[in-house]
Write a protein of this length. Sequence first.
Length: 354
Amino acid sequence: MSFFKRLTLGFSMQRKLPKSMEYGRMPVQHLLGSAFPGVEMACLRAALRSVVPVRNARALDLLNLLGDVAENNVFSPDGGVESIIGTLRDFFQAQGGVIRTGVKVTSVNVSDGHVTGVTLADDSNIKGEAVLSTIDMKALFFDLLPVKASPRLFREKLEKIPLSDSYFTVTVSTTLEPGTVNRGGNMVRVVNPVVEEDGLFTSDDPDQVSLFIHFPESGTDTARGGRSLVQIMAPVRFMYENNWHSGPQYEKSPDYYEFRKKYATKIIERAETVVPGLSSHIVDIVIATPVTYRSCTGNDEGAVFGWRRPRMWRQKVPYTHGLYIAGHWTYPGPGVLKSMMSGKNASRLILSGA
């Protein structure tokens, strides 16, 4: 930003800071209880609480989302989020960039306080004066970097920061007609358990979790022979049932697969209040547990949004010259748009030699 923009933003944030701090500390249930008191408003409070499908949500989380909707500031890209990835990949390669996939980074190499590149699982090295990390910051600082690359107090603080929840996700391919599936174009439906709004997001049991039912496509999926997709997501904890019946190293044993199948069956049955006949019209099912999210992303405890609360980390790591951070683990926070903004900011820092 220019100096004038930074100054204007600083004054604006200073004026809003007291309210931001107040609502940032206030549990969302307290806000809803004061704004919509009484038994007759219980259903409305529960519906609004489910807008923020995370445990320990704060009033500011809900107000931010409602503000985005009120300002018509909610969008989705044509072709889904995957289309963004393809566009960025193609542009990067057109500018001479090289992308390596399917090979794990085993260490970030540091010499005299300056990064020198990375080592891959096949023992090959990629040299560079800058390294941009988008992975779990715990994995970066505890697994990939030398211990002396960051202060002890920083690592101790990092260890204590609570993570966001993970999700149990079931994607169902069904023979139901699209109009039957999405009820005239509604893209997301919510099924809450029969509990008080304070009880939402406190249980991991399949009959007590809130369900967020998403219809990824407005019509049928021609690639799947005209079938419709229904995706059911439930916010759950990684520690549930002994890490979802996985082994010491999160191995996916027969018990694990049997347990997740039973869990999926129960929430699909509950989803029939929104999609009647779903259980009897299933063609295929893809299931992801918190253990799946952990193994696919490397995120500690399968955290899908990084930290439970956004952290305003610097994108240039002060302890190691040439190391930068981007993605939902750093400023400005989680989500596709904010992660892209952090990538843009970090790229500018790298290119400017800052």
